[in-house]
Ligand binder design. Structure first.
Ligand code: TRP
Length: 446
């Protein structure tokens, strides 16, 4: 325990790394198709409301707990004298493996798409052909698993490099680049002939589409997108020193994360309508629509591979943040960074195999009506992360209230924002999360 804890090089470094964790496949791949499946604008409004109340509050609570204890998500609660809450950390470890298992499969697809694009494979293909191409690629028994394994190896390499030189540097350079490419795609997407219907779908809310399970999906997406509820942000916060203004940092991360999700939606959904595709197409949406946009735009053969490169990188700065909490925890048990990283990477690879095969060989194998891939996604995003977040909110709001207030209002300023934060942690978050879970699971009905 006497080894000196590594720290971020700067506040900007922390923000970029945390934004790097938050911004990932969740924003660019998952958000547009979830909005597409769940009624467009109405889903987005609920999502925004959840992000800036519950999401932001839990985000700040995680950073605060991590920074004040300088510990991983299991040890942190013990240090604060409430070891029972360490269940958040243990559940987080399980969630990390479960998320990584499907996340790395999708990230593997992004690598495959860089190669397919760069080799000119997509030249001249339209939407329907690209859809068929994608379907047969992910259904194959071997190739997607090899790509998934390749991505796991990349993740392992970055995590082996440590905090400041690996994770922080990647975030600072690559996040701004991603942003620029995304803006270019939005401009192309919304100026395609026929894009108006997509914009309308994205901007005009139809609240009749909203049900308990839609709201549960929005809540799950908010937690997933902000990397909350399993100790990843807590772990990142533990590498902060005491001087940073964490309230401001948390707001900036939530803002950037949301901005990228909205931009991704604007890049993809108008194009879906312009090419007469189905917005409810699910996980394939990004991999079919964007290639169609690229092949219809001048310079698409450059933008295409570049976009999928950046998507791989965005996924990498996120997958790293799923592996790092495991390193932080198991290193308190006497294992080295290298041992933990390699062993976890191997387990992630194994768990990824049934996820990948869910689109082919195992597509008929269903548990609670879901294939293995969807099951991992559902259990983590919709259940484990919100439950973890609820426990974190209760812990910060009720159990360690004075410490929480002191940590965020350094100079003894008990401002309105701090009061609002505590109020949300105490009442809004636990009650809303409980109601949303119960109604999403059809245990109660509104
Ligand atoms: N937030 C990332 C995304 O949107 C995924 C992610 C990284 C994550 N770390 C996490 C999700 C921790 C939940 C918990 O792609």
């Amino acid at each position: 325990m006497s080894i000196k804890r590594e720290h971020w090089g700067s506040r900007l470094g922390f923000i970029m790394a945390t934004a790097g964790s938050a911004i990932g496949l969740g924003n660019i791949w998952k958000f547009p198709y979830m909005a597409g499946e769940n009624g467009g604008a109405a889903f987005i409004i609920i999502y925004l409301a959840l992000v800036f109340t519950i999401g932001l509050s839990v985000l700040l609570a995680e950073i605060m707990i991590g920074r004040s204890t300088q510990s991983d998500a299991v040890t942190a609660f013990k240090k604060l004298g409430h070891g029972g809450f360490s269940v958040v950390g243990y559940m987080g470890i399980a969630a990390a493996f479960m998320i990584l298992s499907f996340y790395c499969v999708v990230a593997g697809w992004t690598i495959a798409y860089i190669i397919k694009f760069a080799s000119g494979h997509f030249v001249g293909m339209g939407g329907a052909e690209l859809g068929a191409e994608f379907g047969s690629f992910i259904a194959a028994p071997v190739k997607p698993i090899l790509y998934q394994g390749g991505f796991v190896i990349l993740t392992v390499i970055v995590v082996l490099g440590g905090i400041a030189n690996g994770i922080e540097r990647a975030g600072k350079i690559l996040m701004p680049l991603l942003f620029v490419i995304l803006i270019a795609l939005v401009i192309r997407g919304v100026t395609l002939p026929g894009a108006e219907r997509g914009l309308e779908f994205f901007l005009a809310p139809d609240f009749s589409k909203i049900t308990g399970s839609t709201i549960m999906a929005a809540l799950g997406q908010a937690f997933f997108s902000l990397s909350l509820g399993m100790g990843a942000i807590l772990t990142y916060g533990s590498y902060l020193d005491k001087t940073a203004n964490i309230g401001k940092s948390a707001s900036q991360v939530a803002f950037l994360d949301t901005l990228v999700a909205i931009l991704a939606g604007l890049a993809i959904l108008p194009a879906v309508f312009a090419f007469n595709m189905d917005p409810g197409a699910g996980p394939g949406l990004t991999f079919v629509t964007l290639p169609a946009v690229f092949s219809a735009m001048p310079g698409g053969y450059i933008f295409g591979p570049l976009f999928f490169c950046l998507l791989t990188i965005a996924a990498l700065t996120s997958s790293v943040s799923l592996l790092e909490p495991l390193v932080a925890f198991f290193s308190t048990k006497g294992f080295s960074r290298a041992q933990i990283t390699i062993a976890s990477g191997f387990l992630t690879f194994l768990m990824g195999i049934p996820c990948s095969l869910s689109f082919g060989l195992l597509s008929d194998f269903k548990i609670i009506d879901r294939n293995f891939f969807d099951l991992m996604d559902f259990l983590t995003a919709n259940l484990m992360l919100p439950i973890g977040g609820m426990l974190i909110a209760i812990f910060a709001g009720w159990v360690i209230t004075p410490l929480a207030i002191r940590e965020v209002s350094g100079e003894g300023d008990h401002g309105l924002l701090t009061k609002a934060w505590i109020f949300i942690l105490r009442f809004v978050a636990p009650i809303a999360i409980a109601l949303i879970l119960l109604s999403g699971l059809d245990i109660i009905q509104f």
